[in-house]
Design a protein. Structure first.
Length: 454
């Protein structure tokens, strides 16, 4: 191991509050994060630049295998489908596919991405409210399960099926009261007011669609596992009644995603790592509800899961560097980092865990972390207790694997590269940093605007 020279830190005077739990958590939050999967943060930044997203292949596989084990020990027929919008870098998707996950998509763009990655079309679950006639035709031709969102889509699909002389494999998305408010009732057909039954009756009466599944996605970052028990029970009631009334066996119940990751929600007094339910608790609720619903053993439906953030958030890191420090007018320390909310979108909801990437002294100070964008909203952390960081020092933001890369926005600066560290500790670039050419690729300049004199 090489020994690094400690950098000078200017002395500061402040009351010491040693070892006590405070509302910002314990001191352990401020342990330095010098390596990711055995690779030095400093070396990663030197090689690939700053800021930089880093994905851990090992962590993805561990999360996936653990979730699979947890569900399979409780329920005999389980199938995961990777939620593309959560993180659709191909290398990330393919780790999930190698672990046995199908694909779950909410647009034709994502559908084509999954196809291109090699997911068999009949293993791509097609969700979302915005499927055009062309999209539906492609999915019907390919035999992909189509999860119908609303009545207009249902009618269009019946027409398309008729036209194509093919019986599409479909499920309906159902929304329902699970005791969690606000209810996510804008997607799918409502359970309580009878819309879901209405859709089922229309599908069965048409004779044109093959109803094979029932789907729900009750929310995201759901902190109440019992809500999943309620949802699984309600979908089971529908499935059992479809069997009773139409003698039609529903082959799968898809519980969607929404399990919370270990991030800390803004305003929460407990750290996410302490407050968030374990996957076991969600699995227990879902499996008990399905097993106790009253299915004949040989007609037990498959359990599909579209878990996104809970499987990938902890596998993603954002590395960055300190640009400068300032004192705010109220005396607080403010540190300007080289990444902003345009690439750390989830900073609007989470108090992200941020660690210095190098050893530091025991002194800490309340600090505001700003991004580099020329906008007031560019705040990475409004208040975090950190040791003094000097210009050029590096930081690591934890739990950023979900929804940051896919929701990142090209704004003011170019988006950074993404690296994946493989099982042997070797980094691979899985996405290059954006270039001026990338950003201007789709721009067109009318000829009368091509020149000017100043
Ligand atoms: C976004 C989404 C998911 C994944 O949700 P997470 O909260 O990331 O687990 C799954 N299914 C559908 C239909 C979605 O829209």
């Amino acid at each position: 191991m090489d020994i690094e020279k400690k950098t000078y830190e200017r002395p500061i005077i402040k009351p010491l509050n040693s070892g006590l739990m405070n509302k910002f958590g314990t001191r352990t939050e401020y342990a330095p994060k010098t390596h990711i999967d055995g690779v030095k943060v400093k070396d990663l930044i030197a090689e690939y630049g700053s800021p930089l997203f880093v994905m851990s292949e090992r962590q993805i596989r561990e999360n996936m295998q653990s979730a699979q084990r947890i569900f399979e020990t409780r329920y005999p027929k389980v199938q995961f489908a990777w939620s593309y919008k959560t993180n659709y870098i191909n290398a990330v998707c393919n780790v999930f596919h190698q672990e046995g996950s199908w694909g779950e998509v909410v647009s034709m763009f994502e559908y084509n991405k999954a196809l291109k990655n090699g997911v068999p079309a009949d293993k791509i679950l097609f969700n979302g409210p915005d499927k055009t006639d062309d999209d539906l035709r492609t999915a019907v031709k390919n035999d992909s399960p189509i999860h119908i969102d609303h009545l207009d889509e249902l009618y269009r699909l019946i027409e398309i099926a008729d036209d194509m002389h093919k019986k599409p494999r479909v499920a309906i998305r159902v929304n329902m009261d699970t005791g969690i408010y606000p209810m996510w009732d804008r997607f799918g057909f409502n359970y309580e007011n009878g819309e879901a039954w209405d859709a089922i009756n229309k599908i069965m009466a048409s004779g044109k669609l093959n109803l094979i599944g029932l789907h729900c996605h009750i929310g995201t970052y759901m902190l109440t596992p019992s809500a999943y028990g309620v949802a699984a029970t309600k979908l089971s009631v529908l499935a059992l009644n479809i069997k009773k009334r139409y003698d039609k066996i529903i082959t799968y119940i898809d519980m969607g995603g929404g399990f919370a990751s270990k991030n800390t929600l803004k305003g929460s007094y407990q750290l996410g790592t302490d407050a968030v339910p374990d996957i076991e608790e969600y699995a227990e609720q879902i499996s008990s509800a399905l097993l106790n619903a009253g299915f004949d053993t040989d007609e037990l439906p498959y359990l599909y899961l579209e878990t996104g953030r809970a499987l990938v958030d902890s596998a993603g890191y954002l590395l960055g560097s300190v640009i400068s420090n300032k004192r705010l007018s109220d005396g607080r320390r403010s540190t300007i980092l080289d990444f902003g909310v345009n690439i750390l979108f989830t900073a609007f909801w989470y108090d992200h865990k941020v660690s210095p990437a190098q050893e530091f002294s025991q002194y800490t100070e309340d600090t505001v972390l700003y991004g580099p964008l020329c906008m007031n909203i560019d705040v990475v952390r409004e208040n975090v207790t950190l040791p003094p960081l000097n210009a050029g020092d590096h930081v690591v933001v934890h739990y950023v694997g979900a929804y940051n890369i896919t929701q990142s926005m090209q704004f003011i600066s170019l988006r950074p590269a993404v690296v994946m560290i493989d099982m042997k500790g070797v980094p691979h670039k899985i996405k290059s940093s954006e270039t001026l050419e990338d950003v201007e690729r789709n721009e067109l300049l009318p000829s009368h605007l091509s020149t000017f004199e100043l």
